[in-house]
Design a protein around this ligand. Structure first.
Ligand code: BG6
Length: 477
């Protein structure tokens, strides 16, 4: 049976400012969190361990986000390549510190605003719809150091000012907005998502959930402003999703997987989509001595301004067992859990599970009954440039094909799906490890982990394959 994607389906690709732009000090940009995150394996360790100092140590580390792939200067060439693939949509983020270098100013930086005007104009020249993340792991560093990141309620005000400015400035150019990238990732890695480092493991809970509360309020304020300023725009949340399976049919393990999955996959979505804290979180707060400071009017605001759609990233599933041995924990993938004997993993230990995407789409649609948008998916892999200059990335094509097939199944299941923007459509800096060698792109960029490379762009085999997928609206896979 031929599986059809709806007319107007938003095929495209996804990126984030800090991972591709570079120009980290150009155009009066201020510093932001990724500017102080070193490249290489140290990064993941820093992200997962208490006590990060948010300083640059050039004597010890390299900082790949500073130049990234230089989209700041090469956006025209890159957008022309996206257009050649037939992109209908391009997911990108705005670097908050280009617009407000410190984050708390009253007046914005015109040079930063003008840069994104040029990018949006270039996209529209080819009929590509921008899908814009307002905050993708790049809180201005000044807000981290002087306000404690999202722990502070003042940051809500700064975010609202920033979001309103974006809506007013780009109201004729951007119709799809996302609030916080992978908001629930703050549970694992608060440095990137919530803008502060845990000081001691045992002190994790209170500040994490207080910071979430501030982001939820900020998200509702953004929804309100977006609807007021751009009535024909849609604004969504952005969640990281990893369906959580029980290791076996032992009810203890099933219950444990349900609890872990609910907290990780659904807590943030429940607040942002249903507009209220879910029942299950109250017990969790009690058991972890969490007492949220909630301002008068906050809960009403959450209820009144839920998001219009749910966007999410999907790379892998997770398998859980109640009493794991230390050895079993180590064998699971990077978001935790134990090894799933039915799945293979990427070189970085992310367990590849296309059916898990169909499960996620069904679960989210059953739960929320709102349109869904897969705004990240893909395989991080090492690519080899052959002697003739070609890149034969069949493994990437296989991964993407299998996931697109499952999206088609989910559409048949009745899920309302707006689009698909696979991650890192052009090679860029990895968020978790700062590596260039962990590549996702249809377009190869000649840049390496040690910072060397000409930055030349090359079309991979997957480039031509994806072009056909888009041209046939997903019928030729
Ligand atoms: C998501 C992020 O976690 O996954 C992206 O939104 C990130 O910023 C992507 O790059 C892939 O992760 P990584 O660590 O392989 O770059």
């Amino acid at each position: 049976m031929v599986k059809r994607f709806p007319e107007g389906f938003l095929w495209g690709g996804a990126t984030a400012a800090n991972q591709l732009e570079g120009g980290y000090r150009e155009g009066r940009k201020g510093l932001s969190i990724p500017d102080v995150l070193p490249g290489g394996k140290e990064r993941l360790h820093i992200l997962q361990t208490p006590g990060f100092d948010f300083e640059i140590h050039e004597d010890k580390y390299t900082y790949p986000n500073h130049e990234a792939i230089d989209f700041y200067h090469r956006y025209k060439e890159d957008i022309a390549l996206f257009a050649e693939m037939g992109f209908k949509a391009f997911r990108m983020s705005i670097a908050w510190s280009r617009i407000f270098p410190n984050g708390d100013e009253l007046e914005p930086n015109e040079e930063g605003l003008a840069f994104y005007d040029r990018v949006f104009d270039e996209l529209h020249k080819y009929g590509i719809e921008p899908v814009v993340t307002i905050s993708h792991y790049e809180l201005p560093l000044y807000l981290v150091k002087n306000y404690g990141g999202w722990r502070s309620g003042e940051v809500v005000t700064f975010f609202e000012r920033y979001a309103k400015l974006l809506f007013n400035r780009y109201k004729d150019k951007v119709k799809y907005w996302l609030t916080f990238n992978e908001i629930n990732s703050g549970l694992m890695m608060p440095i990137m998502g919530l803008g502060f480092a845990i000081e001691k493991e045992e002190d994790r809970y209170q500040p994490t959930f207080q910071a979430f509360h501030h982001q939820f309020v900020a998200s509702s304020l953004a929804v309100k402003a977006c609807h007021d300023i751009i009535p024909d725009a849609k604004i969504g949340c952005m969640l990281i999703q990893a369906p959580t399976y029980a290791y076996d049919c032992n009810p203890e393990n099933v219950m444990y997987a349900l609890q872990e999955g609910r907290l990780f996959n659904h807590f943030c979505g429940d607040v942002q989509v249903r507009g209220e804290y879910p029942a299950f979180i109250k017990r969790y707060f009690k058991e972890h001595n969490i007492e949220l400071e909630i301002q008068p009017g906050d809960l009403e605001l959450l209820k009144q301004y839920p998001v219009d759609f749910i966007s999410f990233s999907y790379y892998m599933s997770r398998t859980e067992k109640k009493n794991k041995t230390a050895e079993e924990v180590g064998q699971g993938n990077m978001i935790g859990g134990v090894k799933n004997p039915f799945l293979k993993a990427s070189e970085w230990g992310w367990e590849i599970d296309p059916v898990g995407l169909r499960i996620t789409l069904n679960e989210l649609y059953d739960r929320y009954r709102k349109p869904l948008f897969v705004v990240e998916n893909g395989l991080g892999a090492k690519d080899k440039v052959e002697a003739d200059g070609s890149i034969q990335d069949d493994y990437r094509i296989d991964y993407l094909r299998a996931h697109i097939e499952q999206m088609a199944e989910a559409i048949e299941d009745g899920v309302e799906l707006m689009g698909y923007t696979p991650w890192g459509c052009i090679d860029l800096v990895s968020a978790s490890t700062g590596e260039m060698s962990k590549r996702y792109g249809f377009i190869y960029v000649d840049k390496h982990d040690d910072g060397s490379g000409t930055l030349e762009r090359k079309r991979k085999k997957s480039f031509y394959w994806y072009k056909d997928v888009i041209a046939t609206n997903g019928e030729k896979l």
